[in-house]
Design a protein around this ligand. Structure first.
Ligand SMILES: Nc1ncnc2c1ncn2[C@@H]1O[C@H](COP(=O)(O)OP(=O)(O)OP(=O)(O)O)[C@@H](O)[C@H]1O
Ligand SMILES: [Mg+2]
Length: 287
């Protein structure tokens, strides 16, 4: 059994200035993530997804004011006891706006920036940069200004600049929300490769549920700061009533299967297909 790399134990967080009648951003959240797992975090707006990400990388409580109870552990150590810079090397963070994450005059410098701050020896930095440029397919941009790149290219560089710090866990908060469909797909492919080939643990927040369902091992569904579902895509999407209540659509294929089930009794109700290929396979089985 793989080891636990991330653990939340009864975590409650309330941002400073939340009105008296306002709710806690996270309420008694407990979860644990194993090494190499690919976890999708979904939920409606304001559900607490970004807050959860900020607790993984230490932005909460280090850079936000508020009240925290419970504990977050990264690799078995409480984040309260890990210096911020060190935590950045263990939990890489990527956000929606790639431009806001870039600061250097060239892609080369951008990739060197993180590990230099962590005082990684020069030889090792060069080795990591060479590997990362190949994995991410960004060698051609090496000497360009990150600000001259397209949004999709910038997001690849942003991910690469985190990769050179060799984090065990990569937390991505809506990394494709500013990208076109091609940029979105290529970022999804890269995240998948980091997970499958490099064994990186992935925590991905996205609204692209259908696309996510093709890649993730597990979904955690948040609602009003609480974990309401946690399981494989098949398990969580079997709770269509819950999704309806929180106002999120299950994948179209799952919806069609469930309607067909009610009308014709044609599917096993606890195991609706999620992707088009799964649905076609099931139809093939029946023909
Ligand atoms: N910096 C902040 N200061 C005060 N309250 C905040 C802050 N950031 C988030 N909140 C509140 O915390 C709750 C959870 O917000 P969060 O941003 O984590 O949700 P989210 O699921 O990421 O939403 P979205 O899908 O819109 O990105 C919301 O009620 C929000 O208003
Ligand atoms: Mg958010």
């Amino acid at each position: 059994m793989a080891e636990t790399v991330l653990e939340f134990k009864n975590v409650t967080w309330r941002y400073e200035g939340t009105p008296k009648k306002g709710r806690n951003a996270l309420e008694d959240v407990s979860l644990s993530v194993k090494k190499g797992e690919y976890v999708g975090i979904i939920g409606a707006n304001d559900a607490g997804k970004s807050t959860l990400c900020r607790l993984c990388n230490g932005l909460i409580p280090n850079s936000f004011n508020g009240d925290l109870s419970g504990d977050v552990f990264v690799n078995g150590r409480n984040i309260k006891d890990i210096p911020t810079a060190q935590l950045a090397g263990e939990v890489g963070s990527v956000f929606a706006d790639p431009e806001a994450q870039l600061s250097q005059i060239s892609v080369f410098d951008e990739l060197a920036f993180g590990p230099s701050n962590l005082e990684v020896p020069r030889e090792e930095i060069i080795k990591r940069m060479e590997e990362t440029m190949d994995i991410m397919g960004i060698r051609a941009f090496r000497d360009r200004s990150p600000f001259s790149l397209s949004g999709g290219e910038q997001q690849k560089v942003a991910i690469a600049s985190v990769m050179t710090m060799t984090p065990e866990i990569l937390v991505l908060d809506e990394p494709t929300s500013n990208l076109d469909p091609i940029g979105t797909e290529s970022v999804f492919m890269i995240i998948d490769e980091l997970n499958k080939k490099e064994g990186m643990t992935i925590i991905l927040v996205e609204h692209e549920i259908e696309l996510m369902a093709q890649f993730v091992d597990r979904f955690i569904v948040l609602d009003e700061g609480q974990v309401i579902l946690d399981g494989t895509p098949e398990e969580v999407f079997s709770h269509r009533d819950v999704f309806e209540k929180i106002g999120i659509f299950v994948p179209t294929v799952t919806e069609i299967a469930s309607i067909a089930d009610k009308k014709y009794g044609s599917w096993d109700g606890s195991k609706y297909p999620i992707t088009l290929n799964e649905m076609l396979d099931k139809i093939d089985e029946r023909l």
